[in-house]
Design a protein around this ligand. Sequence first.
Ligand code: NAD
Length: 418
Amino acid sequence: MSHANAKDPWQEMLKRFNEAARRLSLDENVWKILSEPDLELKVSVPVVMDNGKVEVFTGYRVQHSRAMGPCKGGIRYDINVNLAEVKALAAWMTWKCSVVNLPFGGGKGGVIVDPSKLSMRELEMLTRRYTAAIADIIGPDRDVPAPDVGTNDKVMAWVLDTYSMRKGENCSAVVTGKPLLLGGSRGRADATGRGVFDILQHAANRFRVDLRSARVVVQGFGNVGATSARYFHEAGIKVVGISDVRGAVYNANGIDITKLREWVAKNKFVVGYPDAQAIDPKDLLTLPCDVLVPAAVENQITEENAGKIQAKLIIEGANGPTTDEADKILEAKGVQVVPDILANAGGVTVSYFEWVQDRMGFFWPEAEVNQRLDEVMHRSFQEVADMAAKNKTSLRIGAYMLSVDRVAQVYKLRGIYA
Ligand code: NAD
């Protein structure tokens, strides 16, 4: 179960997948296959802690679908990681890669751990042992991890090193989101936030939200939240509310994101930021605003608060922030929700570019990465919006229909190996 409430994210994913499958009249055999992950691996991860005692952590790697290509998906270090969450995140990666038309299937990994409680040495040992435990199922042509909540480029460098040592060769394409010096891509760190910004512009244009006067609220101030907020601010779009795991701040006149980032760099959290008023984080999502960007964790917009949401447009930076019941309430209110599998696909798109560059051994300038990313986000937004309009459905179901149909076509071409 997710920590936010009792919703099982795997079941939430299945509800949307099933609806898209019904509308597509999906082949029943493909439907059955995609309703279960291809592979679920649970591993024990013993670590000698700094006090000399061994602690055994639990880790997972799930490959939802390998039909489209090697699996792609992050590794999450969080105390609330559980199998249902990793399965859902893996399936969302299948749909996400397919929505933006990348040659990847969907995977995800996680370890049940609070990384903030580990020393740097313990974090490295945990990462190396977890990598060794999943080494047989990952690889540049099998399954390519990346950072997610609680992991970063440093963790990816340890995964790369451990995997390469076992293989006896340098395998930079085994992970993405790694440091530039190890074969990372320019533009990767900002890619998800840049993609969210791209999508905001296309959605505002399509659904007639004037960004010159719009007020935006962002939940979460990590990689996705802080980077998107920075792009909004740089474009002159007013961000009035921001939260993180500790608290929330509000300023009806707009928050200076550059200053807030400096504050967070020193103080870790947004709490106490002097040029805004502290508010209860529970009130953040229902603040008066035009655009809401949930960019924290899943199950945040629920049947309890969906009716009170004032935004006309929601851009899902996080994975799975909206429950199925909340979707129905928002749809009835006429709120447009750009779903996670499209809105936050900028990260995996540049991960794909990173994997391509690693395999060529030739690296692109940042402007080229960004231009290619903007093109993918633009094309994908139009395809999803057109699919939703054609089928008179929400953007989420439109996005699922587009992606599930692509995966189904691949199954038709490949057949079912028996
Ligand atoms: P992160 O760890 O960098 O940041 C998460 C932020 O959310 C932090 O500011 C944290 O304090 C805040 N937070 C956590 N729980 C919260 C709560 N209950 N209420 C309010 N704020 C809370 O993680 P991230 O990489 O920014 O990922 C955020 C979301 O975006 C996740 O759902 C992740 O799966 C998704 N995502 C990330 C990427 C990426 O490239 N990093 C790509 C696609 C999707």
